[in-house]
Write a protein that binds this ligand. Structure first.
Ligand SMILES: [Zn+2]
Length: 283
């Protein structure tokens, strides 16, 4: 896994307010990580780590501007590679077959649509959702894939529209993960798949680096442990099918042999930097 610098600037003067935990509703929390311009707390109800005070949702959306497009565009090859490795790790093709055969694949937070293009090439009928208007526009015009510019709520797709719903490095950016997941559960077909990738607070890097962890950034509003994410999926009516973590040591922090050993070890222990969960809707 290659090391990718994560976009992390916080707009000056942006309004934020104290908020209760969206996952469990508890307003009780304790300070967790002080990142100077912003801070993360630990919910005393469910243990999730979330940014508090939290920037307001409509202001959060404004962050995904032209500058964000430049960031997405310049990193798209690395992001695509990581997403494909993730899908391979959860044995996507073994579970669903390589050929899409016209089945529907939704990628939420699809950026410039690079994964959609790959899946379309394998016969999937693809649809993207992307809040960064410049990224959505670029993907539509340059890749010829359908991308809704806006939020999942705004897209308003019909019930049970998709065989597979994928979102990678998206749920940690959302102010209302429970409402978001309820919408995902509404959109997935019976026996359809939901594939989520997000930073893993059970990972040793989160524990070791604390406020300096590369995922403790201004754009990340909720940071999940394995059990937080499992709870979010199952409480939305989905059934867990697979769990993988990866990323033992960021490149540059140790020699390649040490990195290879650690990468292998965290996969076995579930303590990798990033996790992926696959869940399935009831038949
Ligand atoms: Zn909570």
């Amino acid at each position: 896994m290659s090391e990718i610098k994560t976009y992390s600037s916080r707009p000056v003067g942006e309004e934020s307010r104290l908020t209760a935990c969206d996952l469990c509703g508890s307003a009780d929390f304790q300070p967790h990580w002080d990142c100077h311009e912003f801070a993360f707390v630990r919910c005393l109800g469910c243990g999730v780590i979330y940014q508090n005070p939290q920037p307001l949702a409509d202001l959060v959306l404004k962050r995904y501007d032209q500058q964000y497009f430049d960031y997405e565009k310049s990193n798209e090859a690395s992001f695509l590679q990581l997403m494909r490795l993730g899908l391979k790790d959860i044995r996507f093709e073994r579970r669903l077959g390589r050929a899409g055969e016209g089945r529907t694949f939704l990628d939420i937070g699809c950026a410039t649509g690079m994964l959609l293009e790959v899946m379309k090439g394998q016969g999937w009928q693809v649809q993207g959702v992307e809040v960064c208007a410049a990224s959505a526009s670029w993907g539509r015009s340059q890749r010829g894939v359908e991308i809704f510019p806006g939020t999942l709520d705004e897209a308003g797709f019909p019930d049970k529209s998709f065989d597979v719903i994928h979102f990678s490095h998206l749920i940690e950016h959302v102010n209302y993960p429970r409402r978001f997941m309820a919408e995902v559960a509404r959109l997935v077909k019976p026996s359809g798949w939901v594939l989520v990738t997000t930073p893993n607070t059970d990972g040793w890097q989160a524990r070791w680096f604390g406020p300096h962890w590369r995922s403790a950034i201004a754009d990340h509003l909720y940071l999940f442990s394995r059990s937080n994410l499992a709870q979010l999926l199952t409480s939305s009516g989905l059934q867990l099918r697979a769990f993988r973590t990866w990323g033992g040591l960021a490149r540059g922090l140790g020699n390649p042999l040490k990195k290879a050993i650690l990468d292998r070890l965290v996969k076995v222990l579930g303590t990798g930097d990033v996790m992926m969960m696959a869940a399935q809707a009831p038949a």
